[in-house]
Design a protein around this ligand. Structure first.
Ligand SMILES: Cc1ncc(COP(=O)(O)O)c(C=O)c1O
Length: 444
C-alpha cells in the first residue's frame, strides 16, 4: 500500500550555480535529508524529474513511475489505492470532484447514439448531467421510478443501453438500492451497474461486493469529511468480461486508433478502468490538486469513526423528530417506519448514514422559521461534513423541478434535508427543539 518515492542526492548549494537567478531556482533543493515521512506528503508539483535519458522512453511507453501530475501523482495514488482497498475494488481514479467522477465514468461507458437507464431519485447535478450534457451528445436517459423493481429496469433497457446508474442511498427519500437485484439485471445484459455510494461510503456498504461493477463517490462529502475540499472517485471491480461484453464496448476491446493491441489484450479485466484513466480522465483533465488529495487521505483515516458516530446521531435525531407533533414525516431508513427499513438492515447493518429529510406540517413558513432559528446546525448546501447541516431542497437544490416532479420525489413545502454531524446528540436535539418552538410561535 505504501507509495514510495526516491529521494534525490544532490547538494544543498550546487557549486556550478553562481548567478542569483539560477540560485533562486535551484539552491537548497533536492537534498536527501535521510528521512521517511510517516504521512504521505503533498507532492505539489506539476511534474517529476526523470532519472536519465532512457528512463524517459520507458516512462512514455507505459513503464512505472511519474511524469506529469495530470497523468499521476503520488499523493493522489495513495488515495486511489486506499479507496480501492476499502471498496474491495481492483483500481480507483481520484478526480477533482464528484461531478467529475460521474462525468468521466459515464462518458467512458456510453457513446453517441447509446442509452442510459438511471434511477429517478439521484443527485440533481447528475440528473442535470444526463439531461443537459449527455442528451446533446445523442445519449438518451430513461429514469426508473421504483428503483428496486427489476422489471421496471428491464422494460427500459434497449439494445443500445450501455449502463445502469443508481445511488446506494438516495436523496431525499432515503431509498436503499437493492444492489444485488439491479446488478443481476445489468449482468444479464452484459452492461455495468454504476453505483454512486457517496451517502453510504465503503464503511457502510461496498456495492462491488453485492455485484455492482463500478462505484463513484463525491469525496467532497464523507470521505474528506471536514467540508474543506472537493474530490471525486471512480472504483472499478477490474472484471470487465471481454468474451461477454467486448462487442458492446469496442473502446475497451477493439484495436487502438493506431492499430495497436486493444486494452483487453493489454490489461485484461482492467480494460475499463484503464480506459477511464488513460483516455477519459487524462484527456478531459479533471485532475485533483495534490493538496486536496492529501486532505482526502487524512479524512479517510477517521472515516469509520465519523460515519459510525454520524449514523448513531442521525438515528437519535430521527427518533426524536418522529415524536414531535409539528413533524409530519421523517424519511430515514434507520426507522422501522421507513419502507426500505428491511433493505437498510440487510445492506447497511452498521448504520444507515446521516443524510435524510423530514417534513414539517406547517409548510414553507414553518421551514423558514425553523431554519432561521437554528444555531448548532449550519444552513448550507453540502453534506457529509463533521458539522450538522440543514437545507430546504424545494427552494434550493430542487428548484428546477416542477411541482409534479417534486411531489413524485417526495419533496414538499415543509421538507428539510439534514446532514447530521459528530456533535453531541443532546445539543442537536436542543437546537431542533428551539427551531420547533419558533414553528409553534407562528400559529400563536
Ligand atoms: C450523491 C452525490 N453525487 C455526486 C455529487 C457531486 O459531487 P461534487 O459536489 O463533489 O462534485 C454530490 C454532491 O452533492 C452528491 O450528493
Amino acid at each position: 500500500m505504501k507509495v514510495r518515492w526516491a529521494a534525490r542526492r544532490r547538494a544543498w548549494h550546487p557549486v556550478l550555480m553562481t548567478g542569483f537567478s539560477t540560485r533562486q531556482l535551484h539552491a537548497g533543493e533536492r537534498a536527501d535529508q535521510g528521512v521517511t515521512p510517516r504521512v504521505t506528503p503533498i507532492f505539489l508539483t506539476s511534474g517529476f524529474e526523470i532519472d536519465n535519458f532512457d528512463a524517459a522512453g520507458d516512462l512514455f511507453a507505459g513503464g512505472d513511475g511519474y511524469s506529469y501530475t495530470r497523468v499521476g501523482n503520488p499523493t493522489a495514488t495513495a488515495v486511489e489505492r486506499r479507496i480501492a482497498d476499502l471498496e474491495g475494488g481492483a483500481e480507483a481514479i481520484l478526480v477533482g470532484s464528484g461531478q467529475a467522477a460521474v462525468a468521466v465514468a459515464l462518458l467512458g461507458l456510453v457513446q453517441a447514439g447509446q442509452h442510459v437507464v438511471s434511477a429517478e431519485h439521484i443527485y440533481e447535478g447528475t440528473r442535470g448531467f444526463f439531461l443537459d450534457n449527455l442528451a446533446p451528445l445523442g445519449i438518451e436517459t430513461d429514469f426508473v421510478h421504483n428503483i428496486n423493481d427489476p422489471a421496471e429496469w428491464e422494460r427500459l433497457i434497449r439494445p443500445t443501453t450501455r449502463v445502469l446508474f443508481a445511488e446506494s442511498i438516495a436523496n431525499p427519500r432515503n431509498e436503499i438500492l437493492d444492489i444485488e437485484a439491479i446488478a443481476a439485471v445489468a449482468r444479464a445484459h452484459g452492461i455495468p451497474l454504476v453505483v454512486d455510494s457517496t451517502f453510504a461510503t465503503p464503511y457502510l456498504v461496498r456495492p462491488l461486493e453485492h455485484g455492482a461493477d463500478l462505484v463513484v463517490h463525491s469525496a467532497s462529502k464523507f470521505l474528506a469529511g471536514h467540508g474543506a475540499v472537493l474530490g471525486g472517485v471512480i472504483v472499478d471491480n477490474g472484471a470487465f468480461d471481454a468474451a461477454r461484453s467486448g462487442d458492446l464496448f469496442p473502446q475497451f476491446a477493439a484495436p487502438t486508433r493506431t492499430g495497436g493491441p486493444s486494452l483487453v489484450d493489454r490489461v485484461g479485466g482492467r480494460a475499463r478502468i484503464v480506459y477511464l484513466r488513460d483516455v477519459m480522465a487524462l484527456r478531459f483533465g479533471p485532475t485533483p490538486s495534490p493538496f486536496n488529495a492529501f486532505l482526502i487521505n487524512q479524512g479517510i483515516e477517521t472515516l469509520s469513526l465519523r460515519v459510525q458516530r454520524q449514523s448513531d446521531n442521525a438515528l437519535g435525531v430521527a427518533r426524536w423528530l418522529q415524536a414531535q407533533p409539528e413533524v409530519e414525516s421523517v424519511d430515514y431508513s434507520g426507522l422501522e417506519s421507513h419502507p426500505d427499513h428491511a433493505l437498510a438492515q440487510r445492506y447497511l447493518p452498521n448504520g444507515q448514514g446521516s443524510v435524510y429529510s423530514f417534513t414539517l406540517r406547517g409548510g414553507l413558513e414553518a421551514a423558514r422559521a425553523l431554519v432561521n432559528t437554528l444555531e448548532v446546525f449550519t444552513h448550507m448546501t453540502n453534506l457529509g461534513d463533521v458539522r450538522s447541516l440543514i437545507l430546504h431542497p424545494g427552494t434550493t437544490s430542487h428548484n428546477q423541478r416542477s411541482d409534479e416532479q417534486l411531489d413524485r420525489t417526495g419533496i414538499r413545502a415543509g421538507t428539510l434535508r439534514l446532514s447530521i454531524g459528530i456533535e453531541d446528540l443532546p445539543d442537536l436535539i436542543a437546537d431542533l427543539d428551539r427551531g420547533l418552538a419558533a414553528v409553534r410561535a407562528l400559529s400563536i
